[in-house]
Design a protein around this ligand. Sequence first.
Ligand SMILES: Cc1cc2nc3c(=O)[nH]c(=O)nc-3n(C[C@H](O)[C@H](O)[C@H](O)COP(=O)(O)O)c2cc1C
Length: 270
Amino acid sequence: MVPRRQRRRRLAARSLEQSERGIPRRRGNGIRSLKGPGTTHGSHHRTSRPSRNECGCGELRILGVSGSLRKESFNTQLLTAVRLLAPAGMEIELFDGIGDLPLYNQDLDTREGSPAPVTRWRDAVREADGLIIVTPEYNSSIPGVVKNAVDWASRPLMNAALHGKCVVTMVATPGRGLGRNALTDLGRVLHDCHAQVISGPWVVLTEAEDKLVDVEDEQGRLVPTLCDPSAARLATVQLNALAAAVDAGAGEHAVAPLRSYFAAGRARNS
Ligand SMILES: Cc1cc2nc3c(=O)[nH]c(=O)nc-3n(C[C@H](O)[C@H](O)[C@H](O)COP(=O)(O)O)c2cc1C
């Protein structure tokens, strides 16, 4: 097997290959890192432009989250690669701050406020039209860092950032025949948080090292790219399903009973 770093192909060649396989190409780069204050998080376009949910038009803003903090993470590479498959009108931004979140502690989560990384995370989830979470499988489940991020986004109980959020989940693993338990567990947890998880066909990228290649872009930067046609097709199906679910307001419809229930409770208590 040729080491991954040596397997570099020109972007033009990949683009041609993609169009031959009928895989939609991204318009432009479209990726952003949302880490910390002073970066693009909360940038002007996010606050000045109404979201797709509000007006049914404009760019679909999807927040991409990797469940691995590792520098050379296959899951982060998959997430980066998936952005090249986004359908027209979908912009995938990366949030790389889940490693900054403290371990969930209710004492830190008060009406008076919560730690700054938590506020950034919750705001990013709330402002996004949908999420893509690409996570490793650890010991047949999800890593603690992912569960921790989900826990923070699941509160406050009556107005959680995750409520009604459409979410695509994917797994990358160097192993064979593994990864599905992480997807199942993440789906179950997200469902319990009243998020709307896009159903299968799932993307479980096994033997990930062989299916991700670095490709040079126009600026000569190496960009991880998915070179497994079957995984690319599944990822494309998931992204299109995510766009359709957001456009149909699927998450909001699903969470409507919960919202009415909470509203009735508030009215009773006032
Ligand atoms: C604590 C731990 C538990 C793991 N358990 C699993 C597992 O249950 N299934 C699996 O496919 N891989 C498992 N792995 C291997 C990971 O899939 C592998 O380290 C992978 O590269 C992690 O994802 P990343 O490359 O995005 O960081 C485990 C790794 C660690 C560190």
